[in-house]
Design a protein around this ligand. Structure first.
Ligand SMILES: *Cc1c(COP(=O)(O)O)cnc(C)c1O
Length: 401
């Protein structure tokens, strides 16, 4: 019996079946490559849904984590610690904002933003208590908590988890007219992904984010950009909103902020928004812990050089050029995305996204399908051009393109 089969059987027996992983059991990883328990190597073209933008085992991040492990890892926010102020100041500066509220997971950052927007609505905008509305987009993915799935349009994510949290209006993504008519005097925020990742790397029509920015400013509504997956270098910019020259009121960050080492998320905004919180009104035992701050500080320092954004831009142009050559060849029906991030729609007659992913795995490339027939490509930004080309060769060979 193989080690792989044993590990999978045991995981199936003792873990809740909330995922359907590819039948590969990873033991180690380095850069853009992972090695399984039987010594086979795989190119990682998913990068932990962009949590691994800087690659596996990134030296700077591992060193930062190791140094902090030897000093202090957790204090709770009951006390100050010596990495906290730097983390908040550096992250605020990276975002061009004044304040940071650190949490751990992406979903917690989204939940925190919902609370922030509601409280801001009641205390600053003057919305009658209990009546705040937040406008969100259809096909969104913002996480898995009960409130967040309350405004999901994905049946798998939502069904049988009610009763649902009220206070959300859902409009089609990319439709400014629908957004404008959904905003009322009780609207406190518009919450959007600047590119919808889980939906299949959907880039909104040109001018959409700018239109959202103008509308929210005119109507005194917060624009909350969920940059948890699109942010921190993936699209070739620090924030995907930058592609339209747009600065939202609130950034939500997660995934790559923890460098693939620890979960770190944050809500980042100016004082007129995050200043509404008083002691006791929100918190997290692990939020802003010393280990998280030390790793995130290194992530921020790496982003400040612009080198990763540059790589994502250059390799992304190459990726999209190569993928676009496959469109119309029979197997690939559409390609979307920005930077080193692509959603590739496969003609369903060539197999499901899952089947394509399994065949790619056999050739040593790990990707993840989404929504039936879409393959998502998002390798670590540290991938070499040669490895990227090799991965694309495997895709061509699986698709017979
Ligand atoms: C992954 C993701 C989240 C949720 O993050 P978790 O850390 O899994 O809770 C929220 N928003 C977007 C856009 C994401 O991609």
């Amino acid at each position: 019996m193989s080690t792989t089969a044993d590990a999978i059987r045991s995981a199936d027996a003792h873990s809740a079946h909330t995922y359907h992983p590819l039948p590969v059991v990873i033991a180690t990883a380095d850069g853009a490559w992972m090695t399984d328990v039987e010594g086979r190597r795989y190119l990682d073209m998913l990068a932990g849904y962009s949590a691994l933008n800087f690659g596996h085992g990134n030296r700077r991040l591992i060193d930062a984590a190791r140094a902090q492990l030897e000093r202090v890892t957790l204090t709770s926010r009951a006390f100050h610690h010596d990495r906290f102020a730097d983390f908040c100041a550096e992250l605020a500066a990276l975002c061009g904002k004044e304040m940071v509220l650190p949490m751990n997971t992406g979903a917690e950052a989204v939940e925190t933003a919902v609370k922030t927007a509601r409280k801001w609505g009641y205390e600053v905008k003057g919305v009658p208590d209990g009546h705040a509305k937040i406008v969100v987009a259809a096909d969104n993915f913002h996480g898995r908590t009960t409130t967040i799935v309350s405004f999901s349009t994905d049946h798998e994510a939502r069904d049988h988890f009610g009763p649902y949290t009220p206070g959300f209006e859902i409009v089609p993504y990319g439709d400014l007219t629908a957004l404008a008519s959904a905003v009322t005097e009780n609207t406190v925020a518009v919450l959007l992904e600047p590119i919808q990742g889980e939906a299949g790397v959907l880039v909104p029509p040109a001018g959409y984010l700018r239109g959202v920015r103008e509308l929210t400013r005119e109507r005194n509504v917060l624009f909350i950009a969920d940059e948890i997956q699109s942010g921190l270098g993936r699209t070739g910019k620090t924030f995907a909103c930058e592609h339209e020259g747009v600065v939202p009121d609130v950034y939500l960050l997660g995934k790559a902020l923890g460098g693939g080492v620890v979960p770190v998320s944050a809500v980042v905004a100016d004082r007129d928004v995050l200043g509404i919180f008083r002691p006791g009104e929100h918190g997290s035992t692990f939020g802003g812990n010393p280990l998280a701050c030390a790793v995130a500080l290194e992530v921020i320092a790496m982003l400040r050089t612009g080198e990763y954004q540059q790589r994502a831009t250059e390799l992304g142009e190459h990726l999209h050029r190569e993928l676009n050559l496959m469109v119309g060849g029979g197997a690939v029906t559409a390609v979307r995305g920005r930077g080193l991030w692509a959603g590739v729609d496969i003609d369903p007659s060539r197999g499901t996204g899952r089947e394509i992913s399994e065949k790619l795995m056999e050739l040593g490339v790990l990707v993840k399908d989404t929504h039936g027939s879409t393959i998502r490509i998002a390798p670590p930004l540290v991938i070499s051009k040669e490895d990227l080309d090799w991965g694309l060769d495997q895709l061509r060979s699986v698709l017979g393109a």
